[in-house]
Design a protein around this ligand. Structure first.
Ligand code: PHE
Length: 451
């Protein structure tokens, strides 16, 4: 169906630009903040293995599926499913993605705000040994502070999305992602000299399978979706800006390798400190914000390193946040004919408002729980990451495996990427293995299955 305001669609200028922009979406707070604390809660190495397995057999096939669907439709999620199938139920998958965008960005922006606050803290006060714990707790307990920084992060995200994504993001990603890599490497090497390094490395690399509960496996699966930005149409939307010549499968592999690499580096940066200073690895979302300032406080030129580090992490967070907002905004542009400006400002504000309860989870709304003993922030993360993304991914895999014709798929990948039976392997994974694996993990967690 033709769109009412048919304009030529923006396209990434180069393959490198696309890979970096998509990596920019994937690499974010998920790798640097979420991965270490989830690994801390769910058994270190065992969690890492479950995560890597999920990435290999579920993440890569679904990422390729999202790129194929996006590029062949040249539309954002809801429109793409409308265009590629006659069945009116499929666009619901796109809707689920838009809803996930609202929810994830609402609390993601709260953590983004913490990073901004830490730039400010490093610049003006700087952390002293042992000061980060108390600073962080009093910051969490202050509702106004939480709202202001959350609002600021959301505002910055809106400004970038307002300007369109291709030239801005593509250009920025090329500079920022490599800079982040360099500074992460420096910090990791520095951490590896701490006395607790051995224990830290063991914790991440040596699996203790007794800790890997059903819940842990579900968390690892959810994290695979979260960290690769899958299951909600973010990669599908980025794929819709691809030109026909770009090799989809090699791009996906590059993005996944980069993403995993950043996560492991973040883990190797944080756990040596955790074990050196006896921080409980299970403290949860605050882990990163309490351990890292300790290193900076003890490093030569620590203040400078701290500022540059938090600035780069803020950029990594923003390149992910824009892809979340872009899914929401592009829906209102493509399907409801809103202007980019209106969609951006209105929806950005709505997402800010939805984020308020999460931002107040540790102050005014302290003690309020939604799912089990989880506070509001954790509950939204739990719902979106462990259920909405995997369910979205399940249907995206089914759509690519069973609904798209071979002709449609081959037009996108086989023509260029006919080596090593790549197409056949991908097709088998996306048609049978990925959906089945997601289904088994989801059902097992709910106790429907007897094992
Ligand atoms: N992948 C991003 C991160 O790791 C978060 C994200 C999730 C972005 C889903 C887009 C879609 O921080």
């Amino acid at each position: 169906m033709a769109n009412k305001t048919e304009q030529p669609r923006d396209h990434w200028a180069t393959k490198l630009g696309f890979v970096l922009a998509a990596s920019g979406s994937a690499i974010g707070l998920g790798n640097i903040w979420r991965f270490p604390y989830k690994a801390g809660q769910y058994g270190g190495g065992a969690f890492v293995i479950a995560y890597v397995v999920s990435v290999l057999i579920i993440g890569i096939p679904i990422m390729i599926a999202e790129f194929i669907i996006g590029r062949s439709a040249q539309k954002s999620p809801v429109g793409a499913f409308k265009q590629l199938s006659f069945n009116r139920a499929w666009p619901l998958v796109g809707w689920l993605g838009v809803l996930s965008g609202f929810i994830i960005l609402s609390y993601y922006s709260v953590v983004g705000g913490w990073i901004l606050r830490y730039i400010w803290e490093s610049g003006f006060h700087f952390f002293k040994e042992g000061s980060a714990g108390p600073i962080f707790s009093s910051f969490l307990a202050n509702p106004w502070q939480q709202l202001i920084w959350h609002g600021l992060f959301m505002f910055m995200t809106m400004i970038i999305v307002r300007g369109g994504i291709t030239t801005g993001i593509e250009r920025w990603s090329k500079v920022l992602m490599p800079s982040l890599l360099i500074i992460l490497l420096i910090l990791m090497i520095n951490s590896l000299r701490f006395p607790g390094a051995g224990e830290g490395i063991q914790f991440i690399l040596k699996p203790d399978f007794s800790k890997l509960t059903r819940e842990g496996i579900l968390e690892a699966l959810g994290h695979a979706f979260f960290s690769l930005s899958l299951g909600m149409g973010a990669m599908l939307t980025y794929g819709s800006y691809l030109d026909k010549g770009t090799n989809i499968s090699s791009s996906a592999l590059e993005i996944v390798v980069l993403n995993t690499f950043y996560a492991l580096m973040a883990g190797l940066m944080i756990f040596p400190i955790v074990f050196t200073y006896d921080v409980d690895p299970q403290v949860g979302p605050g882990l990163f914000f309490i351990t890292l300032p300790e290193v900076f406080a003890r490093m030569p030129a620590g203040q400078l390193v701290a500022i540059s580090f938090f600035v780069l992490v803020a950029f990594a967070a923003i390149t992910s946040a824009i892809s979340l907002l872009e899914v929401v905004v592009s829906y209102f542009i493509d399907e409801l004919n809103w202007s980019r400006k209106k969609a951006d400002y209105v929806m950005g504000t709505v997402i800010f408002l939805i984020g308020i309860p999460s931002a107040l989870s540790w102050s005014s709304l302290k003690g309020v729980t939604l799912f089990g003993s989880r506070d509001i922030f954790d509950s939204l993360d739990f719902l979106a990451t462990n259920y909405m993304l995997p369910i979205g991914g399940f249907f995206i895999a089914l759509f690519a495996g069973w609904i798209l014709t071979h002709g449609q798929k081959e037009a996108e990948i086989k023509r260029i990427e006919n080596t090593f039976h790549f197409y056949d392997i991908w097709h088998f994974l996306v048609k049978y293995i990925a959906p089945l694996a997601v289904l088994v993990i989801l059902l097992q967690k709910t106790g429907v299955l007897p094992f």
